[in-house]
Design a protein around this ligand. Structure first.
Ligand code: GSH
Length: 242
């Protein structure tokens, strides 16, 4: 068995689908969590304020991004972003590349290439959905100053939910097993979609109504988080901001 080391901030977000793949497979890995200040209290700390701010593509980002970039250089992240999975010294960047690699390694990629392609497409669609929220997310979580969070919520979060959730509901309506690719047990699509929705829900103050109008997706979420092989991980994972 190779030595697996996952580099990610001490958050769920994009790291959690990777961690869940290990949990579902019952495979050990090194969970390397980098401390990034998320609370207002941490962000008023003198050591945090001493960090320089960072300009990315003409936008002044808060210091968290500068801290992440420092980690990225220090740990030689291939694309200067996280998550990164190191497998016996080889570093893989990009969440979905990691998730797909682990799905193939651990037997969660479906019984054939066609099923795998269906699962892959759903993952990519979910990644598009996550990105569609970015304009709201970066201001909501204080990565970028300025902008009215409530207005941005209406501008980004609301239409993105309306555009993307029907695709996932439709996919589930065609499944006889309740899993996205109609497989007897989870594929990487189930993992990536459920973990991403959990992340979006945590970011969203109105999360109680997140599943309104999408009963199959709500049922999938419940079924996924009740998966017997996930229970130990869920009980032991640290409480994080999102
Ligand atoms: N498409 C990439 C996006 C990765 C990404 O933006 N990760 C964030 C943390 S969730 C990051 O490292 N940001 C630091 C930066 O952009 O400098 C993936 O899915 O891995």
């Amino acid at each position: 068995m190779p030595h697996y080391k996952l580099y990610y901030p001490d958050l769920n977000a994009r790291g959690e689908p990777c961690r869940m793949m290990f949990a579902l497979a019952g495979v050990e890995f090194e969970d390397f969590r980098m401390k990034v200040p998320t609370s207002t209290k941490d962000r008023n700390d003198a050591s945090y304020l001493a960090e320089p701010k960072l300009e990315v593509d003409g936008i002044v980002m808060n210091r968290n991004v500068a801290i992440l970039r420092k980690f990225a250089k220090e740990h030689k992240a291939p694309y200067l972003t996280f998550p990164v999975l190191e497998v016996d010294g080889v570093k893989i960047g990009q969440t979905l590349a990691i998730v797909r690699y682990l799905a193939n390694e651990f037997g969660f990629a479906g019984p054939d290439n066609l099923t795998c392609a269906v699962a892959d497409a759903l993952c990519d669609q979910m990644a598009d959905y996550v990105l569609a929220n970015l304009g709201w997310h970066v201001v909501n979580k204080g990565f970028v100053d300025g902008g009215d969070v409530a207005e941005l919520y209406e501008q980004y979060f609301v239409p993105a939910r309306g555009r993307h959730l029907p695709f996932f509901e439709e996919a589930l309506s065609k499944s006889s097993t309740g899993w996205f690719a109609n497989t007897p047990d989870v594929t990487h699509a189930d993992v990536f979609i459920a973990a991403s929705i959990e992340w979006l829900q945590k970011l969203n103050p109105k999360c109680d109504s997140f599943f309104d109008g999408f009963p199959l997706l709500a049922a999938h979420h419940k079924k996924f988080f009740a998966h017997p092989k996930l229970q130990k991980h869920l009980a032991q994972r640290p409480e994080v901001d999102y």
